[in-house]
Design a binder for this molecule. Structure first.
Ligand code: FES
Length: 189
């Protein structure tokens, strides 16, 4: 409740409903990664807003889970840049390897797959977010299996590019800016 009050205090008096998103996030964090209906009702009561408005926000954003998820929640981006870079094959590889379809959880409760919109890392597409946190990037049907097996074994694979790219460096290496700098007479750093 103290954390909720700290979020509410960030907004002007009478505008406490603006805290609905951080409160949903707080509820999710405190409730094993998902938000039950009772929590949404309580948030409506705390913020003095109709519960349908809380439901509207919670159902709009894919970052809010309204059902329990597996220990490893894979949020697979299938928006255009990821799709153009092969996300459909990555999805198929995950479904085949895990024996589930998008939107399902494995029988052992270890993995869940969710379809999400752009994760803001299109330059390293295709991308999967793990448990709402780390991004696995530059995925292929082959390297995504290594990521899944790594997660299953309990050794968390290194997140970021799975092809060894440094952050979002061009696939041919960091040449462009050096060349431009040289042309402009700037010494190499
Ligand atoms: S489209 Fe997949 S990260 Fe942007």
């Amino acid at each position: 409740m103290k954390k909720a009050e700290a979020h509410i205090a960030k907004y002007p008096k009478g505008k406490q409903a603006s805290a609905v998103m951080p409160l949903l996030d707080l509820a999710q964090t405190q409730h094993d990664g998902w938000i039950p209906e009772a929590a949404m009702e309580e948030i409506g009561r705390i913020l003095d807003m109709p519960r349908i408005k809380v439901f509207e926000v919670a159902t709009f954003y894919t970052m809010y889970n309204l059902q329990p998820k597996g220990e490893h929640h894979l949020q697979l981006c299938t928006t255009t840049p990821c799709w153009l870079s092969g996300s459909a094959e990555v999805v198929k590889a995950c479904e085949k390897h895990l024996g589930i379809k998008m939107g399902e959880t494995t029988a052992d409760g270890l993995f869940s797959m969710s379809d999400v919109e752009c994760l803001g890392a299109c330059v390293n597409a295709p991308v999967i977010q793990h448990n709402g946190d780390d991004l696995y990037e530059d995925l292929t049907p082959k390297n995504v299996i290594e990521v899944l097996d790594g997660l299953k074994s309990g050794k968390k694979p290194k997140h970021g590019s799975q092809t060894g790219r440094t952050t979002s460096m061009g696939v041919k290496g960091a040449t462009c800016l050096h060349e431009l700098a040289e042309k402009a007479g700037v010494k190499k750093c």
